[in-house]
Design a protein. Structure first.
Length: 330
């Protein structure tokens, strides 16, 4: 009996291992680079977490052009990788083509929607997270002017900007919000020099808190703000540690969970297609508070942002989504 029981346990262990090893995860980043300290790196951390927990390795690729992105997605699928996760709206058309060609492969796209049964589309309510950091910016500003630096000028990034403006004005109705976009091509995600120049220009106009939603370009924003003894706000990943005492907070967007959950669900046979929309209520977006910025966020500021968070969850506060009508009320 004991031997049979041990044999059963061994069989179950082998079955579990086989199930975990049955997937061949792949990850295609956006064009800002894997280690952008922001959006792409959050995706990488999600894949790394899954690897550490399960021992299942993953393959990844850093495209530098739209053509390379489509080639990478198709290449992974043709070589049997499954699921294939692509992070960035830029891969929408590529995903539509490749997912249709490989109907038995599971795909995930982050920040866009592809209506195919084998595709999971993970989108976020960035306007809600941006509203929260906007509240903090509005309360922290001494000049009555705050800034926003976006990456590529697209509706998604204007969604960040609009939510931020709404939060800042909720904290201070008279506050002025300066806005600049870095560019109109994918290069706008990886230009920290230009990000720094735009930040200095906003500082010269009186802004004393600047929010960056610009991928690796944002590193120049945070650096310039620190050099000029102004406050900045990070994005996607928790960037508070990059300039402790200068980064007021970060708008955290859980891209890491989107990647981690995709691999975990696929391994467990629980993968589903369709749209997953993650906001404050789903813990998909939020603000970062840790030892690096604790002294910058006063008890009054924390109480205000927590109230805003609760009001969004309850529906008392409804943050306008720029992408709903391509306009912002602020």
């Amino acid at each position: 009996m004991k031997k049979s029981f041990l044999t059963l346990l061994a069989t179950l262990a082998l079955s579990t291992t086989a199930l975990a090893a049955d997937i061949k995860p792949a990850l295609v980043y956006g064009t800002g680079g894997k280690f952008d300290k922001s959006f792409n790196e959050a995706a990488f951390q999600g894949a790394e977490k899954y690897k550490k927990e399960t021992g299942t390795d993953f393959r990844d690729f850093e495209p530098t052009s739209d053509t390379q992105g489509e080639q990478a997605i198709r290449n992974f699928a043709s070589k049997g990788f499954n699921p294939v996760v692509a992070v960035s709206f830029a891969w929408t058309s590529a995903m539509e083509k490749v997912a249709a060609e490989f109907p038995d492969t599971k795909f995930v796209i982050v920040d866009s929607v592809v209506n195919l049964p084998n595709v999971r589309s993970v989108v976020f309510k960035e306007e809600e997270g941006s509203y929260l950091v906007g509240v903090l910016a509005g309360m922290a500003s001494k000049s009555g002017k705050v800034g926003f630096i976006g990456g590529m000028d697209i509706p998604l990034i204007r969604k960040f900007a609009c939510g931020y403006a709404q939060g800042a004005k909720a904290a201070n109705a008279k506050i002025e919000v300066l806005q600049n976009m870095t560019g109109t091509t994918g290069a706008a995600w990886n230009d920290p020099v230009r990000g720094g120049e735009l930040t200095k220009n906003q500082i010269d106009q009186g802004a004393d808190v600047i929010y960056a939603a610009a991928g690796a370009t944002g590193l120049g924003v945070l650096q310039t703000a620190a050099d000029n003894k102004k406050l900045s706000i990070g994005v996607d990943s928790n960037q508070n540690h990059l300039h402790p005492g200068s980064v007021l907070t970060s708008m955290v967007k859980r891209v890491d969970l989107a990647v981690y959950n995709a691999y975990k669900d696929a391994a467990a046979g629980k993968f589903t297609g369709g749209i997953q929309a993650n906001g404050v209520k789903e813990d998909g977006v939020g603000y970062a508070l840790d030892d690096n910025n604790a002294k910058l966020v006063t008890p009054e500021m924390k109480a205000a942002v927590e109230k805003a968070k609760a009001d969004i969850i309850s529906g008392t506060v409804k943050v306008h989504d720029y992408m709903s009508n391509n306009s912002c009320p602020m």
